[in-house]
Design a protein around this ligand. Structure first.
Ligand SMILES: Cc1cc2nc3c(=O)[nH]c(=O)nc-3n(C[C@H](O)[C@H](O)[C@H](O)COP(=O)(O)OP(=O)(O)OC[C@H]3O[C@@H](n4cnc5c(N)ncnc54)[C@H](O)[C@@H]3O)c2cc1C
Ligand code: FES
Length: 1267
């Protein structure tokens, strides 16, 4: 990411903008000064305060996101040296981090804010965390860094804009594309007649995506960004006119000023545009994307087009120097299909008195996400009345272009603004804003419900404004309208135990030592795999992968998933190899794929090992129970979304098959083994090097081998270095993720909620190969109790074989899935008993000394302590035995080079290992250096995964140091002043568990944590807001509290994504739809709890791991289930208002769609439920029927009579109209022939070939006329 300074004469003088490097065309950088993260500071001379503060506040873990975040902060500081906390939060709307959980970044940068102090609490008047600390008797700390050490910000020291860049006019010619940048409108028009097919590009945020992801090529590009008319802003009597190349940020800035100056009634539209822009992409996009680009893309989910359309804004178009005004309200497509698509200006109108305007948008994630449904709504009342003179309702997301609800608006004109109008408007909209069950984008019921919810919000907003006449309803309206997204300043606090008094200052264990690479990461100096300089003769490899989920490649072999690697193309550059790979044609003979767990169960497509854990007598347990509850829960998978995608560089050494592999992997040993096998050479010829990873989370434990072996083979065959780094979409397509799970349960319990008996079946979607699926399933079974004592258990774990890419390890392995299903039945049984879920949870918690369902005794059980400190759901986690190694070189100058078997991916492992070695050897950490992880220094390493790396590698480091100390003993004796001490201990115990006998000790120790979360849901749109989370976590005696808290927060936020947001969507043919950040949403800055408090349980040393610590990488992930179940509780409460009190099914993740659909109300009942199954009726007799139609009060009704279905001899087709609310449901929800595009005629016989069947509804999909 860069920050750009340019000269936009009419709006800015010199200003600074962040931009996405991947979308910004290099040619457009002419006249622009580019500042990169390397340009603002470095570790050799001076870090910029924006770099220093993120590093010292522990806001950089793997560091891959850090330069982007630093540049967002730097740009804000350049434009506003004294920002408010809200400015800081807004500046990060377009940044993502997968490691930190965002809190430490916000905390570090809060030190620049002028309006808040250390924790942000003062703003709410509840006092500062520091003052609490002072009152406390215990040696606790609430700070992980000391802000008084930070350098002050001095804006006068920043670079100036280079004067030589202040000129214009240019043309660049590349291999395939010519880029022309005209400077006048005249030149633009002339160029357009010279190159009629030229593409206009301003921000490139749309065209860039088309070229990168959709393989489009535009040989001539005209960039009008420097034409003054296209950047001008005009304020007129009737409104504001913007040049079409005005960026969205500049539009925002101008409108903010205008709104501040106008009376509120005149600024309604501008306010609505501002509201849409607030949630429009991130600043990096808004800084470059233009208003004209958004209009002309005519995307069905454009955020601005519905506003422009409903507000009656006008466009000015130019062709051969003629300017034409064009209204925006003619169904968008009119503009796009116009032969004059050169927008010069877009004008927005001022509103008059008696006129009201609102805009709404619903997306999967609030920040930086495209809309699911969006709208602009305007109403004008007759003078001094509440009678509608004119109304315009415009929707995006409901058709291929933005649409006006013309019929509804016509019907509402002349009506009074009251309940009756609301009811009729919803009925009409439900009919007019319809979608076929197979509409692109899916979520059909949700989208249709949103159209009504939005209107209801608009209705109430207007009612509120007309409040003088409608006092009674106004307060209710205010409540409904209160947005989940009113900005509340972020607050947070951490609490940790300080090191004991008297611990030597040079003993760094237990201190919040900064991540050893943080400063390098913040300056862009940290080297990742793809940063390794290019070798001479290097080739680039692009994979060729299957586009079919299950198919036979003619004359080759079978492919078993979309993304199955078929071959690869090698070329001199990345660009050439990618281009070549795109033209490879493959002929398939398609076979039927199995995609879902349900399909696999139906076809009994299972991987062979089926595991069971049984305890007690389940049958007897059920007999003794007061109640029995049965149900099922589905948990979707999760994409790792490490910021650094898979990357490998293979360098053949020219002798005896020797090869050096630079790989982003958690598992150097497996990588070495697989490459050696593929090349047919012994392992000792292959050296795998891992400097660091830009995140792994389990996704680089085994799956990197599919890329690494291909790259190694290519390098071996050609004898030349070969490199490949996957694009995000390739990575998501190929590499698999967390296993989706289906849990079916039957639980027996007493009236007071005490669980007696549990029967549970877990099905995991393993994909097309075993990979680590058995291990994941074992872990799920071992966690099926979460933290509850269940006397009788019968469980089975089955891995389904499907035509998806193989799923693999992901933080927590199968633990989160196993525990999530336990929480599902626990929460439902509490509802069934009519008791508060937390009471029932506490009642069932284990006690010290209890035996788990796998017969392991619980010792050192701190969960109840955590519970008492936190009061909510709980979790535990565990360990098993692994191999590890360490190599410690001591140089004559006293410095130490340390190498161990774990890999650094941002989790701070290297830092911890330095701390361990520092104490073991009794020397300062500054003497110790870790260069990289490599198989030639530490062989047979275990994957860096499953939270055990600090334990096992720490022990290995410790042991290696001990050996050295022993060897040094004679020297020490001859020189008693030497300070190195001898250490003795060996912690890795014998572990193992026998599923058949249900005996053994699968885990060395347990980790405990409790989280309590508070959420708010918007029952109308399905949005939710994480208001507050408190976590108390037992990490033993922390090796490094800063890193441990970072791990807790990072894992928690990753779990938040898993359980509330991240949804992988596949087509029925096994094609992954969600292949990038545009479609797949991970939590952003704005998604973390507004109040986020994390404490480490004090005084809980763990005798079973290094220096009494505990592992922390994975266990806290599950604590985010507290958010899911808080949402479920909120939905319970909303359903109660509709008279629904029984337990209901809520699958994970709890997306806006699932939340809205579960909040059943009058609006959800008005739209057709989906969940249809398509049936061919060819085999059934009596398929004939006669079409008829009749007039009714609700409009034309078209229908069918015949003998189509034994139990349904008659049903109706509603021709674009829905009947009144009191019609029986089976008569309301039928398909319209209009969507079939068939000219159906009354009285003619038709035969119906295919219908979609729902439990209570039929929809006609294909019809033929009978002759
Ligand atoms: C990460 C990301 C997030 C996004 N989020 C949103 C969002 O939240 N809401 C939303 O609505 N959109 C969103 N978009 C889409 C896109 O950013 C907007 O549509 C943007 O306004 C396009 O402007 P641009 O200048 O970048 O267009 P470009 O890519 O430069 O051009 C887009 C199209 O418009 C044409 N065009 C541009 N200017 C003119 C003109 N003056 N006359 C005629 N034709 C012209 C071009 O020829 C091209 O066909 C997002 C895109 C990205 C990449
Ligand atoms: S530190 Fe942000 S992605 Fe790793």
């Amino acid at each position: 990411m860069e920050t750009l300074a340019n000269e936009m004469t009419l709006i800015y003088s010199f200003s600074h903008h962040t931009a996405n490097a991947c979308l910004f065309p290099v040619c457009a950088l002419h006249h622009v000064a580019v500042t990169t993260v390397e340009g603002i500071g470095n570790t050799k001379s001076r870090l910029h305060p924006a770099q220093e503060r993120i590093a010292k506040s522990h806001g950089s873990q793997c560091g891959f996101c850090t330069p982007g975040i630093v540049m967002s902060m730097y740009t804000l500081l350049r434009n506003k040296p004294e920002p408010k906390m809200e400015d800081i939060e807004d500046a990060f709307q377009g940044n993502l981090c997968r490691c930190t959980g965002y809190r430490p970044i916000l905390e570090g940068y809060r030190t620049f804010a002028k309006d808040l102090n250390c924790c942000g609490r003062v703003a709410n008047g509840t006092g500062c965390c520091r003052s609490e600390r002072e009152n406390s008797m215990v040696m606790m700390s609430s700070s992980l860094f000391n802000s008084s050490e930070f350098q002050p910000l001095d804006p006068t020291q920043e670079p100036i804009f280079p004067p030589e860049l202040m000129q214009k006019q240019l043309c660049f010619k590349g291999e395939r594309v010519m880029w022309i940048q005209p400077t006048t409108l005249k030149e633009l028009v002339a160029l357009k007649s010279q190159y009629p097919n030229a593409k206009l590009v301003v921000g490139n945020t749309e065209v860039g995506i088309e070229m990168r992801l959709k393989n489009m090529l535009y040989p001539v590009i005209i960039a009008p960004a420097w034409i003054s008319e296209m950047n001008a802003v005009q304020h007129t009597e009737t409104g504001v006119t913007f040049g079409a190349a005005c960026t969205l940020s500049s539009v925002e800035e101008v409108l903010r000023k205008v709104v501040a100056e106008l009376p509120p009634y005149k600024a309604e539209v501008f306010q609505a545009v501002l509201e849409q822009l607030r949630w429009f992409a991130g600043p990096q996009i808004r800084n470059v994307a233009a208003l004209g680009g958004n209009i002309m893309t005519a995307s069905p989910i454009s955020d601005l087009n519905p506003v422009l359309m409903a507000s009656g804004s006008k466009l000015t178009l130019v062709s051969t120097r003629k300017l034409l005004a064009f209204p925006c309200d003619t169904e968008g497509s009119g503009i796009v299909n116009s032969p004059l698509p050169w927008i010069v200006r877009s004008g927005q109108n001022l509103k008059m008195e008696g006129e009201y305007f609102s805009a709404f948008k619903q997306a999967s994630r609030r920040e930086d996400d495209i809309a699911i449904v969006t709208c602009g709504m305007r109403v004008l009342f007759q003078d001094g009345t509440n009678r509608v003179e004119e109304i315009k309702l415009s929707y995006g997301g409901m058709a291929p272009t933005t649409v006006l609800a013309l019929k509804t608006c016509k019907e509402l004109t002349g009506r009074d603004w009251n309940e009756k109008l609301l009811q009729d408007a919803c009925r009409l909209l439900a009919g007019e804003m319809d979608l076929s069950p197979s509409a692109p984008g899916g979520m059909v019921d949700f989208r249709r419900t949103l159209t009504l919810s939005f209107f209801f919000k608009f209705y109430l907003t207007v009612l509120q404004k007309l409040s003088k006449n409608y006092n009674g309803t106004v307060s209710a309206a205010r409540e409904v309208l209160q947005s989940c997204f009113t900005k509340i300043p972020f607050q947070s606090c951490v609490l940790l135990q300080e090191v004991p008094r008297g611990q030597a200052v040079e003993d760094m264990v237990g201190r919040p030592l900064m991540h050893v690479s943080a400063a390098k990461q913040a300056c862009g100096e940290a080297v990742y795999c793809d940063d390794i300089p290019h070798y001479e003769n290097e080739l680039y490899l692009t994979l060729v992968t299957s586009t079919k989920a299950h198919a036979k490649i003619l004359s080759l072999h079978i492919v078993t998933c979309v993304g199955h690697i078929i071959g690869a193309v090698l070329a001199d550059t990345q660009e050439h190899s990618r281009r070549a790979a795109k033209v490879v044609k493959i002929k398939y003979e398609e076979l039927k794929p199995i995609v879902t767990i349900q399909e696999a169960i139906e076809k009994q497509s299972f991987l062979k090992s089926i595991k069971r854990i049984n305890k007690g007598d389940v049958k007897k347990g059920f007999e003794e129970s007061d109640h029995i509850l049965e149900g099922e829960m589905y948990l979707g998978g999760q994409e790792h979304f490490y910021l650094e995608t898979h990357c490998t560089l293979a360098v053949p050494k020219g002798e005896d098959g020797e090869m050096e592999l630079f790989v982003s992997t958690q598992n150097p040993m497996k990588t070495q083994e697989f490459a050696a096998n593929a090349l047919g050479v012994p392992s000792n010829r292959i050296v795998v090097r891992v400097k660091r990873m830009g995140g792994g989370f389990g996704g680089k434990e085994t799956r990197n081998t599919i890329l690494t072996t291909a790259v190694a083979v290519a390098a071996f065959k050609t004898g030349r270095p070969v490199r490949c780094m996957l694009d995000r979409d390739e990575d998501m397509l190929i590499s698999g993720g967390r296993h989706p799970f289906l849990g079916r349960y039957k639980v027996g319990f007493m009236k007071n909620g005490k669980v007696k008996s549990l029967e549970v079946s877990y099905y995991g979607n393993g994909g097309n190969s075993v990979d680590l699926s058995y291990g994941v399933m074992d872990r799920a079974l071992l966690h099926l109790d979460n933290s509850y004592n269940i006397p009788n258990v019968s469980s089975v774990g089955i891995v389904c074989k499907t035509n998806l890419p193989s799923n693999t390890a992901f933080r927590g392995f199968g633990g989160p899935q196993g525990m999530m299903i336990a929480e599902c039945w626990m929460s439902d049984l509490a509802r069934k008993c009519g008791l508060p879920p937390e009471e029932v949870r506490k009642l069932n918690l284990y006690h010290e000394g209890d035996l788990t369902h796998f017969n392991q005794k619980l010792e050192g059980f701190t969960l109840r302590r955590c519970w008492d400190e936190c009061l909510s759901s709980s979790s535990y986690h565990v360990f098993w035995s692994c191999l590890a190694g360490a190599l410690v070189h001591v140089y004559t100058d006293g410095s130490v080079l340390l190498t161990h078997g774990g890999t650094e991916m941002g989790q701070g492992l290297h830092t911890k290992m330095i701390q361990v070695a520092s104490r073991s050897l009794g020397i300062p950490t500054s003497n110790i250096y870790i260069s990289e992880t490599s198989t030639n220094t530490v062989p047979n390493t275990s994957p860096t995964a499953a939270s055990v790396s600090a334990d096992i590698n720490g022990m290995a480091v410790h042991n290696a140091c001990q050996t050295i100390l022993k060897r040094l003993e004679p020297i020490k004796q001859s020189n008693p002043k030497g300070s190195w001490e001898d250490w003795v201990s060996c912690l890795i115990p014998d572990l193992g568990y026998d599923f058949e006998k249900n005996e053994g000790k699968p885990f060395c120790y347990f980790s405990y944590g409790v989280a309590c979360s508070e959420v708010e849901i918007d029952c109308l749109t399905g949005d939710h807001k994480n208001i507050r989370t408190d976590i108390v976590m037992d990490v033993g005696t922390s090796l490094n509290p800063a890193i441990d808290i970072g791990q807790i927060e990072g894992a928690f936020v990753q779990g938040l994504g898993l359980f509330t947001m991240e949804e992988l969507r596949y087509s029925p043919e096994g094609n992954l739809y969600t292949r990038g950040p545009g479609m797949y949403k991970i939590p952003a800055f704005g998604d973390i709890p507004t109040e986020f408090y994390v404490s480490l349980l004090r005084d809980c040393p763990n005798s079973k791991a290094v220096y009494s610590s505990k592992a922390v990488g994975e266990p806290p992930l599950f604590l985010s289930a507290s958010v899911f179940y808080a949402i479920k509780d909120a939905i319970y409460s909303a359903r109660k208002d509709s008279g629904l009190t029984e337990p209901f099914r809520l699958d994970s993740p709890a997306t806006p769609e699932r939340i809205r659909n579960a909040c059943v109300d009058i609006f959800t009942k008005m739209v057709t439920p989906s969940g249809f199954t398509v049936c061919s009726l060819a085999s059934l007799p009596h398929m004939e029927c006669v079409c008829w139609s009749q007039w009714s009060r609700s409009g034309i009704r078209a229908g069918w009579e015949g003998r189509l279905w034994p139990c349904l001899s008659r049903w109706f087709l509603f021709h674009g109209h829905y009947p009144s609310f009191n019609m029986p449901p089976n008569e309301r929800q039928i398909h319209r022939p209009a969507l079939l595009g068939l000219p159906l005629q009354e009285g003619l016989p038709y035969s119906i070939n295919e219908v979609a069947v729902h439990p209570s509804i039929l929809q006609v999909l294909s019809i033929e006329q009978k002759h």
